[in-house]
Write a protein that binds this ligand. Structure first.
Ligand code: TUI
Length: 316
């Protein structure tokens, strides 16, 4: 099997492709579809209460026998309850975002879960390895949602050199070229979010998928830098209002209050003007809505082609 890496063995999956944990997007239906297609599906807890997460875990287990994960958003007000739920259900893989999962690590390890924190810096990657992480996702600022400062191209090889555990690259990857590029940087897998939003199995509002399919290269902006939580979203009415408020010197509290609930409005209600449409810079490359299995098989096919072209180039 081509492209079999330590990530495949660690997670018991066929292809080293994992689906990003996206709040209001990554539910049991999407996660199970990705796992069934040979990748690793992830249910995102986001800011949802623990009973929603529990329900999705139960649903995913009904749809697939394959491994799947849960992403814990560490800024969630329900984080402690969500941790209880993933421990209760012995979830196989736990990814985390927007912070350090250090204080929960022992409980995750006790149930035999593989722990994969998402990091945006070398320092946090090293700390996570020391605290027992099984792998890390190195996420560049090309990603949608809450981001760090470094690009994927700069971050991934620096994290690869700093740790011995496998590194999964995220941010700006949506096709076979990006997949091979990530491996060239030393990553042993990729995590994709935006590409899986534009899938048939994704249960998000159709209007949200349409925005991604129609997006061009420069259609995302970063908001929230002044709050300490920079977030990449599609430039729309909400983004312009948020930036105006931010430039007028609004306080962190005012900005957070304004942003509250806006992702749900876009993702579940389909109001892509007044809602927050989180998406990565690679949205401009995504021009179709495909079944998850096709997304994955197309990437693997293209990756083989890209690699053989590179081989010829190397021989020449
Ligand atoms: O977490 C994400 N992406 C997200 S979370 C989210 S919900 C949210 N919405 C508004 C504000 C805040 C959150 C939407 N998208 N990706 C993983 C990620 N983690 N990106 C960056 C980080 C990160 C940043 C700082 C991880 C750790 C960190 O510092 C922790 C420390 O203790 O050093």
């Amino acid at each position: 099997m081509m492209f079999k890496t330590r990530i495949c063995d660690l997670l018991g999956i066929r292809y080293p492709i994992i689906q990003g944990g996206m709040a209001w997007v990554s539910d049991a239906a999407l996660a199970a579809a990705v796992s069934e297609a040979g990748g690793l599906g992830i249910i995102a807890a986001g800011n949802a209460p623990a009973d929603w997460v529990e329900n999705e875990i139960i649903k995913a287990k009904e749809i697939t026998d394959k491994p799947f994960g849960v992403n814990i958003m560490l800024l969630s007000p329900y984080v402690d309850d969500v941790v209880d739920v993933v421990v209760k259900h012995k979830v196989k893989v736990i990814t985390t975002g927007a912070g350090s999962p250090g204080k929960y690590m022992d409980r995750f390890k006790e149930i035999g879960a593989k722990v994969i924190p998402v990091v945006a810096s070398v320092a946090l990657a090293k700390r996570m390895e020391k605290e027992g992480a099984d792998a890390v996702v190195a996420e560049g600022m090309e990603s949608g949602g809450h981001i760090g400062e470094l690009t994927t191209m700069a971050l991934v090889p620096q994290v690869v050199d700093a740790v011995d555990i496998p590194v999964i690259a995220a941010g700006g990857i949506a096709d076979g070229r990006g997949f091979v590029a990530a491996l060239a940087l030393g990553a042993e897998g990729v995590q994709m979010g935006t590409r899986f939003v534009a899938s048939v199995e994704c249960t998000i509002a159709e209007a949200y998928k349409k925005v991604i399919v129609e997006a061009k290269d420069r259609d995302t902006v970063i908001t929230g830098r002044t709050t300490g939580h920079p977030v990449r979203i599609i430039k729309n009415k909400l983004a312009r209002e948020f930036m105006k408020l931010e430039n007028s010197g609004a306080t962190k509290e005012e900005l957070e209050k304004f942003g509250e609930g806006k992702l749900r409005i876009a993702a579940r209600e389909g109001d892509v003007k007044n809602g927050s449409v989180m998406a990565g810079q690679i949205a401009g490359l995504i021009n179709d809505i495909k079944p998850v299995s096709e997304i994955i098989s197309d990437i693997m096919e293209e990756a083989k082609e890209v690699l053989s072209n590179l081989n010829r180039l190397g021989d020449g």
